[in-house]
Design a protein around this ligand. Sequence first.
Ligand code: SAM
Length: 349
Amino acid sequence: MAQIEQQGSITVATYMDEVAATYYAQGQVFGKEGDFVTAPEISQIFGELVGLWCVTAWQALGQPRHFNLVECGPGRGTLMTDVLRTVWDVAPEFARAASLHLIERSPSLREQQRQNLAPYEIDWHDNLSSLPAGQVIIFGNEFLDALPISQFVKTPAGWCERLVTCDTSGLKFDVSPLPDTAIDDTFDDAPDGSILERSEAVENVTSELAVLCTARPGVALLIDYGHTITDVGDTLQAVKKHAFHPVLDTPGEADLTAHVDFAAVGQVARSQGASVHGPVEQGQWLNRLGARVRETQLADGKSAADAALIRSGIRRLIDPDKMGRMFKVIAIGPTGSPPLSGFTADVDL
Ligand SMILES: C[S@@+](CC[C@H](N)C(=O)[O-])C[C@H]1O[C@@H](n2cnc3c(N)ncnc32)[C@H](O)[C@@H]1O
């Protein structure tokens, strides 16, 4: 990588950012033919329930007559397609009030989204800062896990930043010569070699979302894989052709992600005065929003093979030993907002 040749080494965060830009620029990464499959690509019920959730959030916001419906990291546009089909069906007044915005920095994915979402009128943005004025309903699935993280390695001298460098055999990890004094002492008892992760990018996006949710006001729904308690551990991973891949091999050819620290997300959003709902497990959240009812409706009248496909798709998203527990859902709302759908046991649709 050019930057490593020039500078000798780069941080893990810089490495991730560079790799993600190259990786998503190629576009053909989703589905069976690509490297990984996401929830909206597994079952249409996922996007339908996200759409219903957006309608209930819009009602909680007082049914604004104009608002921005925003998706962060839309991939091929499958989730937004299912959301829009659903809202035009169940709440056309919501759909008419929405102007559509996608946060996407990959030109080739923007092109796929344009094709898949035709004929909807859509505005694209590199980040949240260019959204037009107005209330917001924002959602993102597997967006935060793609953002860069920094890693710190416990050494006898303290927490030193993990770096990526190279020698004649290729890329390899290294550590900064001096410890980072900004790391607090919470995990100072961890054994040498332990890894601590922080994501300034996730914190910045969360902070921006929280400011939008309190000021406009609005709501944001984030779904991702990750943990609810901050701890030490190395979660950086690469996936290529549906299998784990060494994170420093063939940079830009595998999907590089890290677990989302939902405790940090909640803390940052609260520090901006926003209300935080969850995190709850994805399986629980989908069940509370009516996944079983929709599964039965959708399978009704289908051939045995098609019904089995519908059931296995939604089971994969809900079952605790599949994606149901590993994936979590968190929502950010205006200061003091009452519970949102799916986040309390007694809010069932
Ligand atoms: C794992 S994909 C998720 C796709 C989609 N949400 C789904 O569920 O199928 C990550 C998405 O986030 C976008 N993305 C990653 N990093 C980004 C960044 N820094 N700014 C804007 N978009 C980014 C990628 O281009 C891609 O669309």
